[in-house]
Unconditional design. Structure first.
Length: 744
């Protein structure tokens, strides 16, 4: 099998999704089934929890954790002293009189619950079924009266609604269960059930030796005297008794057995009663003991205790079951769906990252590659690409000024120009790469240095050194600025700028290992550094040519109107000569202070206008008026204008090369001889022509279009043209631009 890694990755996000959905479906199905079964079965069996205290120890951490001692209750001498004993005090009366206390299990028990019969219409008309737990509590007690005085008040086994301590005033006859206020409020305010062992006869008691069932009141609903059971809790001799309290929740029945400790449980209860706990105590309640003393007192001492009780799972647990049964599958499904989309997104990102990886690989493999910047850093540096920091705008992107954050030691507070490419498609990437590759390898004093780059989320950014004096066009055409804000460029500066640009262009055309065509030479792409040195920037349209090639064919003509050579416009072939043509237009702008495309509709092309001035013998009249006649070097001005006109020749073969340009600028060569009239554009172009009047077609009027007077110039033949030399068609595409004859 083919290692179809793409296919394998494509399947992987789907299969877990399907598995998850099936699992969720099965879970929901089984949950529904479980619910149906619950309806059919009478009641689910309950687990039983057991507690077994054979004695009580004060230092026992398990007991301390399990039991809550309230008010006057203590652990002492291995027993629960629900009300104080005498062991720690001198005078019984002070310590034991008018006390109450309770000892409860800390654990909250669900004593009953409503069983949902779920959708049975007949059943729903009946009272909802209630399940009540069963429990067995067995304990031994010592209610010995210490003095011959009457004992009191009593001890209870209690099912309490809360773990709160006995209310104030719960001493005396209130058994630590209630007080006079609460008792008066009735059973609704006293949601407890207790089995009392009363040793002091109140008005409502049958005797002072009885067991009673108390429902929400200290007045027992049912009592039984213990006289018939050979038990006398009013005896003056200490006797330990064991009590068995059995509650059958299903039968709603309570039985109380009692005998002297050590004897087996008697066959007959001392007290039994129907009892539906669900009617008298809250669903959740606490189990334990309470006791009180009054002016008469006794020990209320629990010696041991064991409890077994059925456990209804806590509501919390049921909530957990719901969470597990519903929330978990739902979230699993959600996670699966999220994972699916995430995987999709990740794959998209991965492919993007792969692309980025390739790009970064390409970039980092470039020798001496500038640094990669974090997108976030550039975003901050440009204040999130603030429009007010925009330096320029082009067809390929925007340029923003930025200041690199000071946290970076390498570039602390450094001003940069950040070019942000508009497109983020593959074309953008190739444009980006083209520019990076070219500029990175171009190192020249007249080329704007590239500092770094950034590729993030398809966004391409290039970081250049910031040129504090902006672009040349801002100085030449001072739109809306005063002389104070930006003084007009002096002649010296203009000449130097032309020399600088020429040097930069010469470098890319001839000195560099590959021939680079800038393809967009114009004033706005010439930048001025702090010392007004001009640097060629924005190689966004630049192309690298192998040495055996002279031209680059474009589907669409790149560049800027007024700077596009006619043969490029017609033939879509960029060459060094097309760059030279643009350079000529730039020089004309620098000298005249006018745009390459003028406002004058009769003569819109600057080169045509200058040529006309030249033809009239008034060449220097083309020099920028703002310089004044004394403001410039006449020889240099004539030199630049003639050079620019030569560069502006419609025929590429007639244009000087950059080495020739450099010679003229350095004044090593005289300015080129330029015919007084613009030569006729010849198509197809041929080389080797010289600027000799006899050889060229001359146009008296300028081209009507802004494209360097290209095609329209062909139509307007000058009458002074005495001859037209037909050109032989080139025999190969590479032969379109034969080397310019240097025999000038
Ligand atoms: C409680 O523990 C004692 C001692 O381990 C044991 O004898 C007694 O049977 C236990 N009682 C219950 C009800 O489990
Ligand atoms: C105990 O309470 C009774 C009645 O509430 C009161 O008469 C008696 O003085 C109290 N005894 C003590 C010692 O507080
Ligand atoms: C619905 O209620 C009727 C009448 O009480 C009973 O006979 C039947 O068993 C109930 N069905 C279920 C599913 O509980
Ligand atoms: C309580 O004791 C009775 C009799 O021994 C027994 O049948 C019942 O299962 C016990 N109940 C619990 C909850 O321990
Ligand atoms: C009885 O208890 C309640 C609540 O704890 C309390 O507000 C009330 O004052 C108590 N009554 C007496 C007489 O202490
Ligand atoms: C128990 O006594 C209370 C108070 O007298 C009364 O409201 C309740 O109905 C009685 N319950 C039973 C089951 O006798
Ligand atoms: C204890 O109570 C019985 C009644 O059950 C009574 O006959 C006897 O006199 C009482 N004993 C004392 C010491 O109070
Ligand atoms: C009652 O129980 C306590 C603690 O288990 C024991 O010390 C005492 O001797 C017992 N009293 C009688 C009369 O059995």
């Amino acid at each position: 099998m083919a290692p179809a890694c793409g296919g394998g990755r494509g399947r992987s996000p789907l299969s877990p999704l399907l598995a998850c959905l099936v699992a969720v479906f099965l879970l929901l199905l089984s949950a529904a089934a479980g619910r149906a079964e619950a309806q059919l079965q009478p009641l689910p069996p309950l687990a039983v929890a057991t507690y077994n205290y054979t004695s009580f120890q004060a230092g026992n951490s398990r007991e301390a954790a399990e039991l809550v001692y309230s008010k006057d209750a203590r652990v002492y001498q291995g027993a629960l002293q629900v009300t104080p004993d005498t062991g720690n005090a001198g005078t019984y009366r002070d310590i034991m009189v008018n006390k109450s206390g309770s000892v409860l299990l800390r654990r909250r028990f669900n004593l009953w619950r409503r069983v949902d019969d779920g959708g049975n219409a007949t059943a729903s008309q009946q009272a909802p079924r209630v399940q009540v737990v069963s429990f067995n509590a067995t304990f031994s007690m010592n209610v010995y009266q210490l003095t011959a005085a009457s004992p009191g008040e009593g001890l209870t086994f209690v099912i309490a609604p809360s773990r709160d301590e006995p209310p104030p005033g719960s001493y005396g006859g209130y058994l630590g269960l209630t007080n006079s206020t609460l008792e008066a409020a009735g059973p609704a305010a006293n949601r407890f059930v207790a089995v009392e062992f009363d040793t002091l006869k109140q008005s409502y008691d049958p005797d002072d030796n009885h067991v009673g069932l108390n429902i929400g009141s200290v007045v027992s609903n049912k009592t039984a005297s213990l006289a018939g059971f050979r038990i006398a809790t009013n005896e003056t001799t200490a006797t330990n008794y064991t009590v068995w309290i059995q509650y059958d929740g299903a039968a709603r029945h309570m039985s109380v057995y009692m005998d002297i400790r050590g004897r087996p449980k008697p066959p007959s209860p001392v007290l039994e009663s129907p009892l539906d706990l669900s009617l008298y105590v809250p669903e959740t309640a606490y189990l334990g003991f309470s006791a009180s003393t009054g002016t008469s007192f006794e020990l209320n001492c629990i010696l041991d205790w064991s409890l077994s009780i059925e456990i209804i799972p806590d509501k919390k647990s049921r909530t957990w079951i719901i969470i597990v049964a519903v929330v978990v599958p739902v979230s699993v499904a959600a996670v699966a769906v999220a994972a699916f989309f995430l995987t999709k997104k990740l794959r998209a990102r991965r492919s993007m990252e792969r692309r980025q990886g390739r790009l970064e690989h390409q970039l980092t493999n470039l020798p001496g590659m500038p640094r990669g910047f974090e997108y976030e850093k550039l975003r901050k540096a440009t204040r999130n690409f603030d429009e007010r920091l925009r330096l320029g705008k082009g067809g390929y992107g925007m340029v923003y000024k930025g200041v690199l954050p000071a946290d970076d030691a390498r570039s602390e507070g450094m001003s940069v120009a950040v070019k942000r490419f508009i497109r983020d498609d593959s074309r953008g990437v190739s444009d980006f790469l083209a520019e990076v590759q070219i500029i990175n390898r171009l190192r020249h004093k007249n080329i704007v240095p590239l500092i770094g780059w950034c590729y993030k989320k398809g966004q391409l950014l290039l970081v250049y050194e910031y040129m504090p004096n902006g672009s040349l066009d801002q100085h030449l055409f001072r739109r809306g600025v005063t002389d104070e804000q930006r003084p007009p460029l002096s002649w010296e500066r203009r000449y130097a700028v032309v020399v600088d640009v020429a040097a930069g262009l010469h470098y890319v055309h001839h000195e560099y290992t590959h021939m680079v065509l800038h393809r967009d030479v114009k004033a706005s792409n010439v930048l001025l550094d702090a010392s007004f040195r001009a640097r060629l920037g924005d190689f966004g349209l630049a192309r690298v040519l192998e040495h055996d090639r002279n031209s680059f064919t474009d589907l669409n003509v790149a560049g800027t109107r007024g700077f596009i050579a006619p043969e490029y416009f017609v033939g879509h072939k960029a060459s060094r000569q097309t760059d030279v043509f643009a350079f000529g237009a730039l020089v004309l702008e620098v000298v005249t202070g006018q745009y390459a495309l003028r406002a004058d509709p009769r003569c819109p092309v600057l080169a045509d206008w200058v040529w006309q001035m030249h033809g009239r013998g008034a060449l220097l009249g083309a020099v920028d008026q703002s310089l004044g006649t004394a403001g410039f070097d006449h020889d240099e001005a004539a030199r630049l204008l003639l050079l620019a006109l030569a560069c502006s020749s419609p025929n590429p073969g007639d244009r000087p090369t950059m080495p020739q340009v450099m010679q003229v600028l350095s004044k090593a060569s005289p300015p080129p001889e330029v015919p007084p009239f613009k030569p006729q554009f010849v198509w197809p172009p041929e080389g080797g022509a010289h600027f000799e009047l006899s050889d060229i077609e001359v146009s008296t009027t300028s081209g009507a279009t802004g494209n360097g007077g290209a095609s329209s110039a062909m139509a307007t033949q000058d009458t002074s043209s005495d001859s037209f030399h037909p050109h032989t068609a080139p025999n190969s595409s590479e032969g379109y631009f034969p080397a310019l004859s240097s025999g000038r």
